[in-house]
Write a protein that binds this ligand. Structure first.
Ligand SMILES: [Zn+2]
Length: 255
């Protein structure tokens, strides 16, 4: 994983101090350099998508009904009123933007330099264990002509090993899906801890995404009071909305 990529922060053009405000977004320097419009956004209200809309103007925002599974859907594959159940949305259509909601699960944004195709993946421990990341990368290749070795990925703010205490059943599930390296056991601690970003990075690498093309240099959601966190605030409905659009010119407004 790269640790060099800068974390950018802004809400209304603010600097890092803007992180304490209700609206903010973070981006990946690697995805920005590659020309992919994207952001990990927080709006303050669950039904507000305005920051994402500013980041990917003129695109149709597509969010599926997330169920902690491994289903992948094409962004243009449904009408806006009836999103299907899925935990990854993929597209190569520049008029679309793929988005997912998270609060401690990892928001994984993937972009293919060769095809311009993208994916937004909701990756909690359940989704990772049942293979949602590999399923999304495979679907990008199969459906959209994407090439894993030409992909970039950013794993946004999520629960990290510094704060994410788990049960032994979760540790076992991580072990079984090849993510033992993401489970941390500390001397004196009764229970293990999980780094979801590390588990996501392992599965991206297994799917063929080069390790040096994976940007996981984002903060822990549980630790960061400005970040939605189900673990820290179980009754707070706030979710981060993370979005990415395929490369290519954004569509122009119809006059
Ligand atoms: Zn933490």
């Amino acid at each position: 994983m790269t640790q060099s990529a800068a974390v950018r922060a802004s809400s209304t053009g603010a600097n890092a101090a803007g992180l304490t405000q209700a609206r903010w977004w973070l981006g990946s320097a690697a995805l920005t350099r590659a020309g992919f419009a994207h952001a990990f956004c927080h709006h303050g209200r669950p039904d507000d998508t305005s920051t994402c809309a500013e980041v990917v103007p003129m695109r149709t925002l597509r969010v599926a009904r997330q169920v902690h599974g491994r289903s992948v859907v094409l962004a243009h594959g449904w009408s806006g009123s009836a999103p299907p159940e899925a935990d990854a949305v993929i597209s190569a259509d520049p008029s679309m933007a793929c988005a997912i909601r998270t609060a401690d699960c990892a928001p994984v944004l993937v972009a293919c330099l060769r095809s311009g195709a993208v994916a937004a993946i909701h990756a909690g421990w359940r989704g990772i264990a049942c293979g949602v990341i590999g399923a999304a990368v495979d679907a990008m290749a199969r459906e959209l002509g994407a090439v894993p070795s030409q992909m970039l990925a950013a794993i946004g703010p999520c629960a990290r090993a510094c704060h994410y205490e788990i049960g032994e059943e979760v540790a076992s599930a991580m072990d079984e899906c090849g993510c033992a390296s993401a489970v941390v056991r500390r001397p004196g601690a009764v229970r293990p801890f999980l780094d979801i970003a590390q588990a996501a990075a392992v599965h991206l690498a297994h799917a063929g995404v080069p390790g040096e093309s994976i940007d996981a240099d984002f903060p822990c959601s549980i630790e960061s009071p400005w970040c939605p966190s189900h673990r820290r605030e179980p009754t707070n409905p706030a979710r981060m909305l993370s979005v990415i659009a395929p490369s290519g010119p954004a569509p122009r407004p119809v006059r």
